[in-house]
Design a protein around this ligand. Structure first.
Ligand code: NAP
Ligand code: MG
Length: 489
């Protein structure tokens, strides 16, 4: 037996590092018992409410409003009034000042927001602290810079704001998605009504405090909470534009609803991204990229690298390295600074993941899960890898939106492209190879809006993000992200 084969034979070694608990204090966050809707710069007492919880413990955090149709109308009317009474005619340089202020306040209060984001959403504090918060502030900084330069961004096209934007965001990056939506809309001179997801309303509600601190004129941003009914009411209301991020199913329903109304629409929907590993790639780096691609934010990521395509000649090496790496992932308390994988966002999402994983086993894939002790309360799922996956299996076709990776193999670049594009989605993809020319040719042939090379899940406010096919249309980020909030002569 060669040295290499002996290494391969070795069973994965469970981590023996003993970490002391390192929880971030939750004292920095002061929650109210009950929140209303933030309309016209005031808190409006809600007619109906529900309780939002901490998914890691199932403990209640606060009572929040479930917006009624009348409350949605009230929010839209407040946004319309703010648009007509000054915001749309304000000089771009003045709008920019507010956006800069919001960015700076987010930076100053980032610890408070990071803790709240992890409490209400279940994501590890390491991620909310190092990814969500810095990127959210960066989006406001970036679009603040464009607010007084729209004429230069779109030369000879006379850009004008649209009016009132209705924005609906998901629960996987609550504050970051808020920033992606609000910053370009406000920079372009629109006013906004935003609805956060049912399970993660709290960072958006805390953000209302930032708006007050920044002295943003009343009604320019209105935030109302509630489940899908509130979202549907917002879509039907007198808004000029709808921006939606979430599931393809709801995105299609919104597209049907808005067809023929003249309202503008952007949809950022699901994905089933291929992460393609060629045999000349730096494999240890690629394994880190695979882990970051699918276990980042518990896999609750629309652009997650959920389909791993490995070239057959390195398949065994990659899988052995990946399995070993999985044994070192720390699953547990989202507020612990050593945690890699936090809680699943909701009971409903956990059930969806469990159902799809069961289908993978029933259809014949081989499942691998590292030894892992999960907390007793709360919603948890062990990081999972499926091998022996056929392209037709549901786990290779459907978005799982959880920490579950499906592995397929290929022999040639052509086969990799064919398999990678064999999906109704087209949001993102990853390519791992040492050859620059191969990166370029793959990037040209993969049908995806974002393609990462030798890295994964990297974001920058200056870089446009968005999909093809059932992943939606319209771009967020960069100059491209301003265009859907402007009218041109
Ligand atoms: P979702 O229902 O599409 O949620 C996205 C947003 O739309 C939420 O604010 C949601 O409110 C709202 N909404 C729901 N029904 C609506 C309607 N009829 N009209 C207008 N707005 C509506 O997605 P989900 O239920 O949270 O998650 C389901 C699946 O969607 C996930 O498993 C995942 O596959 C996918 N997803 C994708 C992304 C992404 O970033 N592309 C993000 C989240 C989820 P509620 O919170 O009350 O549902
Ligand atoms: Mg839903």
């Amino acid at each position: 037996m060669t040295e290499l084969e002996r290494k391969r034979d070795r069973a994965p070694i469970p981590a023996e590092w003993a970490y002391a608990p390192a929880p971030e204090s939750r004292e920095v966050v002061t929650l109210r018992e009950r929140y209303g809707h933030f309309i016209g710069g005031e808190w409006v007492e809600p007619k109906e409410t529900y309780v939002t919880i901490e998914p890691a413990s199932e403990e209640p955090l606060a009572e929040v409003g479930q917006a009624t149709d009348a409350e949605v109308e009230q929010a839209v009317a407040a946004a319309r009034a703010a648009y007509e009474n000054g915001w749309s005619s304000l000089a771009g340089s003045e709008r920019a000042k507010y956006l800069f202020r919001i960015a700076r306040i987010l930076q100053e209060r980032s610890r408070e927001f990071a803790v709240l984001e992890s409490l209400n959403g279940g994501k590890p504090i390491r991620e909310s602290r190092d990814v969500d918060l810095p990127l959210a502030a960066a989006h406001f900084f970036y679009y603040a810079g464009w607010a007084d330069k729209l004429e230069y961004a779109f030369p000879n096209r006379k850009p004008k704001p649209l009016g009132v934007a209705g924005q609906i965001i998901p629960w996987n990056f609550p504050l970051l998605m808020l920033a992606w939506k609000l910053a370009p809309a406000l920079a372009a001179g629109n006013t906004v009504v935003l609805k956060p997801a049912e399970t993660t309303p709290l960072s958006a509600l805390l953000f209302c405090d930032v708006l007050r601190q920044a002295e943003l004129p009343a009604g320019v941003v209105n935030i109302m909470t509630g489940d899908g009914r509130a979202g549907a009411a917002l879509v039907k209301s007198e808004v000029d534009k709808v921006a939606f991020t979430g599931s393809t199913e709801v995105g299609k329903a919104i597209a049907r609803e808005l067809a023929g109304t003249g309202k503008k629409l952007t949809l950022e929907l699901g994905g089933k991204a291929a992460n393609v590993i060629f045999d000349d790639a730096a494999l240890d780096q690629a394994v880190e990229g695979i882990v970051n691609g699918i276990y980042f934010n518990q896999g609750h990521v629309c652009c997650a690298g959920s389909r791993l395509l490995v070239q057959e000649s390195v398949y065994e090496d990659v899988i052995a390295k990946l399995k070993r790496r999985l044994t070192t992932l720390r699953v547990g308390d989202p507020l612990d600074k050593n945690t890699d994988v936090g809680a699943i966002n909701s009971k409903a999402q956990l059930e969806k993941i469990q159902e799809l994983v069961q289908s993978g086993e029933e259809e014949g894939a081989a499942i691998y899960q590292p030894p892992c002790r999960l907390p007793e309360k709360g919603y948890w799922f062990v990081p999972t890898v499926f091998t022996d996956v056929a392209q037709s299996y549901r786990i290779a076709q459907e978005e799982i939106f959880g920490p579950v990776l499906s592995v397929l193999t290929f022999r040639t670049p052509d086969e990799a492209v064919e398999k990678a594009n064999n999906t109704p989605y087209g949001l993102s993809a990853g390519v791992w190879t040492e050859k620059g020319s191969r990166i370029l040719s793959m990037a040209q042939r993969l049908r995806a809006g974002v393609i990462w090379a030798n890295t994964y899940n990297r974001f920058d406010p200056a870089s446009p993000f968005g999909g093809y096919k059932e992943s939606g249309f319209g771009r967020e980020g960069g100059l491209h992200g301003l265009e859907p909030y402007l009218d041109f002569e």
